[in-house]
Design a protein around this ligand. Structure first.
Ligand SMILES: Cc1cc2nc3c(=O)[nH]c(=O)nc-3n(C[C@H](O)[C@H](O)[C@H](O)COP(=O)(O)OP(=O)(O)OC[C@H]3O[C@@H](n4cnc5c(N)ncnc54)[C@H](O)[C@@H]3O)c2cc1C
Ligand code: FES
Ligand code: FES
Length: 1277
């Protein structure tokens, strides 16, 4: 019998002998794999799973879901396979023995695509594609168990999968199409009947298509076609299946695998018990020190896995997963308890975790901690479960949960099982609260089992560690069914705060009326666009790349496989400001496989390449490695190179740095007050004297302030580079960057080689949002230094925690304004002062201050305008570019100004906004004319289309009858001038026609999910009149396109598109006559052109010749414009918000691809929504550490946050002036600017309404984000 474990991946049997207990399934699938020993080759089909890289690593913490795979196990009792989605980044490999592992590659391929993949790919449900395999796998697990899922089941299955690009709507729509409840459409039918198909088109919608696609025509899902459970898993055995005690030995951990309770008892002694081992492995792997630990698993011992049912009791083994425990209880407890258990565990923050982690692990981890709040521990407490515990003496005893926790029996005892009373008819009430929603990781929980007079009531509250029993309250609520909150508070002894108020209020309502069944929510997803008669441009064609990403075939930098590579671990500063006295890396170098430490002294060229002449952008003083001093926690001091990424990260943590601490400035307020700046204060607009004059003429002068937080990009693919050294000084840099040329120049400066030695290649990025302009270059430089020194390929792949610590974010801003108005609220003059938190180095802070300042007038004409911008230096993350580049911050300030004016003159904010709009033909405050603009048309259209005024009246009525839950509605708009002026405003393309007639395109812009490549192929196809299938677009690479500006600023389809058009025109100028002569025979003409020396390749520039069109140098040739109406609801008690309906009207001219543009709008909407609600950036002012230093602590919007009614219309007004590519306009950033404004204003509508109703007159200045906590604060007396 062979040693080791046996499992099957995607139908291929695998045998692994030496399994390190610290190894995760994801790591194994992506990097490892072994041949079976030759004698076994005869027995089973052999293959090597090396390089299954469809399993993506977005966080490695169990939070993002991008590593989701499916595990199938055989249920002997039911005689069938059971499938569950799990996070491969956390699942220990040793626990997949006899398991069927299905990865995205096993679900389908481009040749044989699975219906989930097909519907997502063609349904535009992905952009960068990095998250997509994870969504496929979560949905796949669901379909394998429930081929006809309900909408609710679909929502539950993907609730722990994050996507930062799409805004989730198309993902939901594609997956809802599998539900019989949806009728193949949006899923609205069952959810209240309001299906998009039932929408009556109004006159306004005449001439528009109203859906990007319908799923009715897609091949039906046939569950019988699924890959079967491999029979080998039921027959083949290894030594692990023998009756013997087996051990697996890793570098630091040894795992004992007993098969009987007796073996367990004899081997237990000094070993840590693990059940699933998921959290134990995770915690252990974070410990960098060399140590030796011994574990023992309960997984293969019958007693720990049994579920026994008697008439009165259910006994559930300790190695059973949380989900199975919940399912068992739900199926077997009384009707007064079971549904609540189901609902409660459905709020567990991650189904992938609940599917694998065990209830026993959950209760022991929680009991050991004084801060973690466990839902499982609470549930077991309230249900009065008893435990069977194996004592250190080997005795089995039944104890109560209280006894187990209070006597700390977990220190010596092992839980074998728990027992529940079956026929309990008491009524169960459970509550869970997270930071952003009830499905978020738990901050507080509360549960009550309500008895009648003869029975006992049990009430527990979870505040951390063992839940607290509320004995007095238990007696009190036994007495009747009508209660007073005050009395409940008094009796319970609970501290008065929002959480306890929510718990007691909901309990009172439960006691009175029972659990209210939540109304099904109406789903209404509509996308209107004007159909085109073009063959290619203007059609909502699915991105050619979608199928590659959805099948796991798409290659991101960290997926590239090389030979003999090293991996970097990053040594980070742990203090905010200090001199570096000494770096001691001896401990790190002792680890086998660690190659070396590299820092500033290893750089042959410049350590601050951003200050060298080749950086023509703007000077940036960021050093690659901290040299002599550090200015922020998270600043990179050096790197460790090792043969393996896990080892490199671990070794980096062993590097000891001696610091001489200096006074830090981590507090933004303090930094502002001390005048700590990057460069000079930036002034734009009028002199102060003129402002004073305008204020003198104004009826009133108002003052206010605005405070908004930063935002983490949270691209799903973290920063990654791979540098492959070549001959001489040559290097190829594969980099997830928005700026290939910038990265090339920076690497060349650092290595002190000419730029022509460095080729930077970018195939695609897994999201960027501005965060991959400067930071990727620095990571690439670090890799290049090591690659050059070691002459080995070098990977730099940041863990999520390192990415959060090292990289910059959106600038948080504090601003003051002074505005003069007339009696109607028309602005006469305004003085803005804005302080941007730049962090420790310049990065993009100065140009962002400049953009914010020069465009601060936003959509308005405001008379005399002055802006003073302060780029503040603090000892925290160095903030950088982020979608909108200073514009969203300007928008938010003006939202605050308009709300303030509206309050002053007692008018609606929307009226004040409209009154102050700058119109087409007028000039912006710095003199640029407003040209080719449809702002007013969008605004008027949106007002009417969304039925804004009527709904506002209805909301007013609703709020009068709803004291706790308030609704609000608001409109916002955007005007964004494009393309950018200066050298940023040009695109470059290269076109090659091969002798077989195929066309190869490359451009200077990078593909990061925004659909640039697809649009360029459509432009090329249209211009050459060739089928799109005959065209390909290759990596952005500096050896094809040099000096390309960084991709960003929403205009890349315009600038690159103009370049592609120029290429096509140039080629066709000589090729067309040959083609005409050959009556359109393309291939023949290509061969003929070749023979006649007619060029079949060219490189061209694309830019708008402003002079030709009569524009000034900085005048935008056109504006992308839009308006949106957003309706929200807030629960003033929990502070949770819900977006009820969104209507967005945008003019993007004649869209190059409506599906891509609508995707950009939806994604931007959700990102803007996140910025002003759940996304927080805060620092510990003592230590300088970012508070949100892990994936789980930074909250981005989830699929459950998508508005249930989401309507978008591309107006297609297109006031063309000939400067556009096929009359299209840029998108990307603009929708974010209006979503953040509208969402914020709509929430403030609710807050203001509540405050007014409660007699609070004080005006609330603009503050963002409006987190649940903030809303609670604002809505309390
Ligand atoms: C991303 C994520 C989201 C989460 N969301 C939630 C949430 O929403 N709500 C919530 O309540 N929790 C949540 N958790 C916590 C989760 O429930 C626990 O981490 C998990 O259940 C631990 O179980 P395990 O099987 O991994 O434990 P293991 O790693 O096997 O063990 C954990 C601890 O328990 C001990 N132990 C294990 N088995 C036994 C036994 N039989 N007898 C005695 N001691 C034993 C081990 O020695 C160890 O100390 C979340 C965790 C993660 C990672
Ligand atoms: S959940 Fe595994 S990588 Fe994010
Ligand atoms: S498509 Fe989901 S993260 Fe990019």
């Amino acid at each position: 019998m062979p040693n080791g474990i046996f499992f099957n991946v995607n139908g291929r049997d695998i045998h692994e002998e030496n399994v390190d207990p610290e190894l995760t399934l994801a790591y194994y699938l992506r990097n490892k794999g072994k041949l079976l020993p030759p004698f076994l080759k005869l027995l089973i089909f052999l293959s090597i799973p090396v390089g299954l890289r469809g399993t993506k690593l977005g966080c490695e913490e169990g939070v993002c879901g991008s590593c989701t795979v499916v595990l199938g196990t055989w249920d002997d009792g039911e005689n069938k396979a059971v499938y569950r989605a799990v996070n491969a980044c956390l699942v220990p490999l040793f626990h997949v023995h006899r398991t069927f592992v299905i990865t995205v590659e096993g679900v389908g391929s481009r040749e044989k695509i699975h219906p989930i993949q097909d519907r997502m790919a063609r349904g535009h449900a992905l952009q960068c594609g990095f998250c997509s395999p994870g969504f496929v796998m979560s949905a796949y697990a669901l379909l394998r168990n429930h081929p006809d899922p309900s909408i609710e089941q679909i929502n539950a299955a993907i609730r722990a999968n994050l996507c930062r690009c799409t805004g989730y709507r198309p993902i939901l729509e594609a997956l809802y199409s599998f539900s019989p409840e949806s009728g193949g459409c949006c899923g609205g039918n069952k959810n209240g009947g309001g299906c998009c198909k039932d929408q009556k088109s109004s006159d306004d919608d005449e001439g528009y298509d109203d859906k990007l696609l319908s799923f009715n025509d897609f091949p039906k899902y046939d569950s019988t076609q699924e890959i079967i459970f491999p029979p080998s898993l039921r027959s083949f055995q290894t030594y692990v299946d023998s009756g013997d005690l087996v051990t697996l030995k890793g570098d630091r951990v040894e795992l004992a695998i007993p098969k009987t309770l007796e073996q367990f008892k004899s081997a237990r002694a000094d070993r840590n018990v693990i059940s699933s081992g998921l959290i134990t492995r995770f915690v252990t792997s974070r410990n960098p020190a060399g140590f030796s630990q011994k574990w023992i698993t309960t997984r293969y011992v019958k007693e720990f896995n049994e579920i026994k049912m008697s008439q009165d009791h259910i006994e559930i083994g300790a190695a059973v997963s949380i989900q199975t425990l919940a399912d068992t209880l739900s199926a077997n407890l009384s009707d007064s308890i079971a549904p609540e258990v189901t609902a409660f565990i459905q709020k567990f923050s991650s189904p992938q975790i609940a599917n694998f982690a065990t209830w026993s692990g959950a209760i022991v981890s929680a009991s050991k901690s004084s801060i973690s709040v466990s839902d499982v521990l609470l549930l077991l407490n309230v249900l009065n479960a008893s435990l069977v515990v194996l004592s250190s003496d080997g005795d089995l005893e039944r104890v109560s949960l209280d006894t187990f926790v209070l006597n700390k029996l977990y220190e010596t005892g092992t839980i074998v099982s728990s027992q529940f009373l079956r026929k309990d008819t008491r009524r169960l009430f459970c509550l869970k609260l997270g930071e952003t929603s009830e499905e978020d990781s738990t901050n507080f929980n509360f549960a009550a089992l309500i008895g009648n007079k003869k029975q006992e009531t049990r009430i527990f509250v979870g505040l951390g560690g063992q839940p607290k029993k509320l004995k007095e309250l238990e007696k009190y609520v036994d007495c009747g069914d009508s209660y007073e909150l005050e009395e409940m508070y008094k009796v319970s002894g609970l501290e008065r705060n929002n959480n306890s108020a929510i718990a007691l209020t909901r309990l009172m309502s439960f006691l009175k009326d029972g659990r209210k069944v939540e109304a099904k929510e109406n789903v209404n997803y509509l996308q209107y666009f004007k159909p085109t008669t073009n063959d290619c441009v203007g059609r909502p064609i699915a991105n050619y790349f979608n199928e590659r990403a959805i099948t796991g075939e798409a290659v991101y930098v960290n997926d590239i496989q090389t030979y003999n590579a090293v991996h970097l671990g990053f040594v980070l500063s742990t203090v905010p400001h200090a001199e570096i006295v000494h770096v001691d890396f001896t401990e790190a170098l002792k680890l086998e496989g660690v190659i070396g430490y590299f820092g500033a002294s290893d750089i042959p060229g410049s350590n601050i390449p951003g200050l060298q002449k080749s950086n023509i952008m703007f000077p940036d003083d960021t050093p690659i490695f901290a040299d002599k001093k550090v200015e922020s926690v998270g600043q990179v001091i050096g790197v460790i190179a090792a043969n393996d990424v896990v080892l490199a990260r671990r070794a980096a943590k062993l590097v000891k740095i001696k610091f001489n601490l200096l006074k830090p400035l981590t507090d933004f307020k303090e930094a502002r007050e001390t005048g700590s700046l990057h460069g000079r204060v930036q002034h734009y607009g009028k002199e102060e004297k003129e402002l004073v004059e305008s204020f003198g003429k104004a009826q009133k002068v108002l003052e206010g302030e605005v405070s908004m937080g930063g935002q983490e990009h949270y691209y799903l693919e973290t920063q990654s580079s791979l540098v492959v050294p070549g001959e001489g000084d040559e290097l190829v840099v594969h980099c997830s960057t928005q700026g290939t040329s910038f990265t090339q120049l920076m690497v060349a400066e650092v290595l002190k080689v000419p730029a022509h030695k460095v080729i930077v290649k970018t195939k695609r990025l897994g999201g960027a949002f501005g965060g991959k302009i400067s930071n990727p270059a620095w990571i690439a430089c670090m890799c290049a230094v090591v690659a050059r020194k070691l002459n080995r390929p070098t990977y730099g792949f940041l863990s999520r925690a390192d990415d959060l610590a090292i990289t910059g974010k959106r600038h948080g801003v504090y601003a003051k304004y002074k505005v003069g108005i007339d009696s109607n609220g028309k602005v006469q003059g305004i003085h803005y002062q804005a302080w941007l938190n730049g962090g420790w180095s310049k990065d993009h802070t100065e140009p962002i201050t400049m953009i914010m300042g020069t465009l601060v007038d936003d959509a308005y004409y405001m008379g005399a305008v002055r802006f003073d911008g302060y780029p503040v230096k603090t000892n925290s993350n160095s903030n950088t570019a982020f979608r909108g580049y200073g514009n969203p911050q300007a928008k938010m300030i003006n939202e605050g100004v308009m709300r303030r004016i509206a309050r002053e003159v007692n008018k609606d904010v929307e009226d004040i906004k409209k009154l102050n709009f700058a119109r087409e033909g007028e000039t912006r405050y710095l003199g640029d004319r407003i040209l080719n603009d449809a702002l007013l048309e969008c605004w008027e259209y949106c007002t009417k289309w969304s039925d804004f005024e009527k709904r506002k009246r209805e909301i007013h009525q609703f709020n009068r009858t709803s004291p706790m839950v308030k609704r609000g509605i608001a409109m916002s708009c955007v005007r964004h001038g494009l393309p950018l002026p200066g050298h940023q405003g040009h695109g470059i393309a290269s076109l090659l026609i091969n002798l077989d007639g195929s066309v190869q395109l490359s451009i200077g812009g990078t593909e990061m999910g925004q659909g640039l490549n697809q649009k360029m192929m459509q432009v090329c196809s249209q211009a050459l009149n060739r089928p799109i299938e005959t065209i390909t677009i290759v990596d952005t690479s500096t050896d094809k396109i040099t000096n390309a500006p960084e991709t960003g600023g929403s205009h890349n389809s315009d600038t690159n598109g103009l370049a592609v058009l120029a290429c096509c025109e140039k080629i066709m100028s000589k090729f067309k006559p040959i083609l005409d002569k050959n009556e359109g025979d393309w291939e023949k003409s290509v061969r003929e052109a070749y023979g006649a020396f007619v060029p079949l390749q060219c490189t061209e520039y694309g830019y708008v010749d402003r002079k030709k069109f009569g524009f000034g140098d900085f005048e935008p040739p056109y504006n992308t414009t839009g308006a949106c109406a957003v309706e929200v609801e807030i629960d003033t008690l929990t502070g949770y918000n819900k977006v009820l309906r969104v209507d967005i009207v945008m003019d993007v001219g004649e869209s190059l691809n409506p599906a891509i543009d609508i995707g950009q709008i939806e994604g931007a909407f959700m990102q803007g929504y996140g910025w002003v609600t759940c996304e927080k950036i805060t620092f510990n002012h003592t230590t300088g550490f970012l508070d949100q230093n892990s994936a789980g602590k930074y909250k981005i919007p989830k699929a459950s946050d998508v508005p249930k009614d989401f309507r978008i219309k591309l107006l297609g007004i297109n006031k063309a002036n000939g400067a556009q590519v096929y009359s299209s306009k840029g998108i990307g950033e603009p929708p974010l600017m209006m979503s953040c404004g509208a969402v914020h204003s709509a929430i403030m509508y609710c807050v203001d309404d509540w405050r007014k109703e409660n007699g609070i007159e004080e005006f609330v200045d603009m503050i963002s984000p409006l987190s649940a906590e903030k809303i609670q604060q604002l809505c309390s007396k």
